[in-house]
Design a protein around this ligand. Structure first.
Ligand SMILES: *Cc1c(COP(=O)(O)O)cnc(C)c1O
Length: 423
């Protein structure tokens, strides 16, 4: 697509956008009485207008039915974890049996690592990207310590080459191969939260399996952002949160994927709870844990209905839009942002875009590494109605989200950014 650097061109793209009606289905925050330029859907997605009625439904059913809501609510609470399966499985490219909404991301990461990180004396290392999200780093470190392995010995963190910001796939594959006799687990943030790099899930998974390791992904910045094919690519497990691109609200219920090949493997060690017990006799309250086949067998507790209701409201919008259509628009939106940023005079003096320049190696986020006055520029943007994201020491992350951001938003952002650079 040949972009043009003008407001009229941005507006034309909005007019011809087949997904343009979706923006009206969200509450857009205001700054100083004006609709904000919201570019932080990678941190907290906006509230769908329908969320309130989904929540109200559960509150009304609870008020009217009490405990009977487990069976007689409009969406019976007893089966609530089943209602999100179809939409979630579409988003991650899985079968319904392979996914379940539960807990929070970090909790799910620990649950998955309990099952899929089973170090032996010779095969005990975890390979991941350097600078993973802190919660993931703490999870890896504490899991290693639980097995009496020193993190300096057990954790391999891959860094980009000198002068580069993204890991090259060939370097990742080489590292996996070099450590093949010692690797127990390969785990990456599918879309890296800081750099915005979208890793090659297929190749990393193949290499990890060739090495004899399990392979997992943290989809915090990938689900609802990029189409995924976890089943086809034979990923062993994945975890995600739902308050970023999924718009399920602050602290929303997270999710887990476990590949079908492990669905009935009862020899996998796991931490168990009653909601993971086979549903056919869960309420007979008997001794002896028999897991539900598939991801459901990793559930611990009964379902948090209110946060799950908010998830259903947002998933309905993904089903309406279709992740492939969203991705198509997203590639254009982010491409337009990149084009406009690169059109700024002497932009190299001011900043470097550290996110990969190829569309299939990134999601919607661009990370702008500021070379000077970064915080000042960011503060000026904030004052002018941009809700963006500053990451120490010097990165502004900008995520135009195809569900509710427009090409005009992107144009206005770059106009303000340019003005702030000149100050
Ligand atoms: C957002 C994010 C988290 C947050 O973890 P919670 O358990 O949801 O608080 C963890 N890991 C990554 C990669 C993230 O982007």
């Amino acid at each position: 697509m040949n972009f043009e650097n003008s407001l009229s061109f941005a507006k034309k793209l909005d007019r011809t956008d087949p997904l343009k009606s979706l923006r009206q289905k969200f509450h857009l925050p205001k700054v100083n009485g004006q609709t904000a330029l919201y570019f932080t859907g990678n941190s907290l997605g906006l509230q769908p207008k329908a969320t309130k009625s989904f929540l109200t439904q559960e509150l009304s059913d609870w008020a009217a039915l009490g405990v009977e809501g487990h069976f007689h609510a409009k969406r019976p609470w007893l089966y609530y974890h089943k209602f999100s399966k179809k939409a979630l499985s579409t988003l991650v490219g899985a079968k319904p049996i392979e996914v379940v909404a539960m807990n929070q991301l970090t909790v799910n990461l620990h649950l998955m690592m309990t099952s899929f990180y089973r170090p032996t004396a010779s095969r005990y290392k975890i390979l991941t990207e350097a600078g993973a999200f802190p919660s993931d780093q703490y999870a890896f470190e504490s899991q290693l310590k639980m097995h009496n392995i020193h993190p300096d010995d057990g954790l391999i963190e891959l860094m980009p080459r000198q002068g580069e910001y993204a890991l090259r796939t060939e370097d990742i594959l080489k590292a996996i191969d070099e450590h093949r006799d010692q690797l127990a687990l390969v785990i990456f943030g599918a879309v890296q939260y800081y750099s915005g790099q979208f890793f090659d899930i297929k190749k990393i998974t193949e290499a990890g399996h060739r090495a004899g390791a399990y392979v997992g992904f943290d989809l915090a910045h990938a689900i609802g952002n990029v189409p995924l094919s976890l089943h086809k690519h034979e990923v062993d497990f994945a975890v995600w949160c739902s308050y970023k691109y999924l718009n399920a609200g602050p602290g929303g219920i997270a999710g887990t994927f476990v590949h079908e090949t492990h669905a009935s493997n009862t020899t996998l060690v796991r931490l168990a709870g009653w909601w993971g017990h086979h549903e056919k006799d869960r309420f007979q309250m008997k001794k002896g844990f028999i897991p539900m086949p598939g991801a459901d067998g990793w559930q611990l507790s009964n379902v948090p209905i209110l946060s799950s209701a908010a998830l259903l409201a947002s998933l309905a919008l993904f089903e309406e839009a279709g992740i492939k259509n969203l991705r198509k628009k997203s590639v254009m939106l982010t491409g337009y942002l990149e084009y406009l940023l690169n059109s700024i005079d002497q932009h190299h003096e001011h900043f470097t875009i550290i996110t990969n320049s190829k569309a299939d190696e990134r999601g919607c986020q661009l990370s702008i590494l500021m070379k000077k006055n970064g915080k000042k520029v960011f503060n000026a943007l904030t004052k002018n109605g941009v809700i963006g994201d500053w990451r120490e020491p010097d990165v502004i992350r900008v995520a135009p989200v195809p569900l509710y951001n427009t090409f005009e938003d992107v144009f206005q952002f770059v106009t303000l950014f340019k003005r702030a650079l000149r100050k």
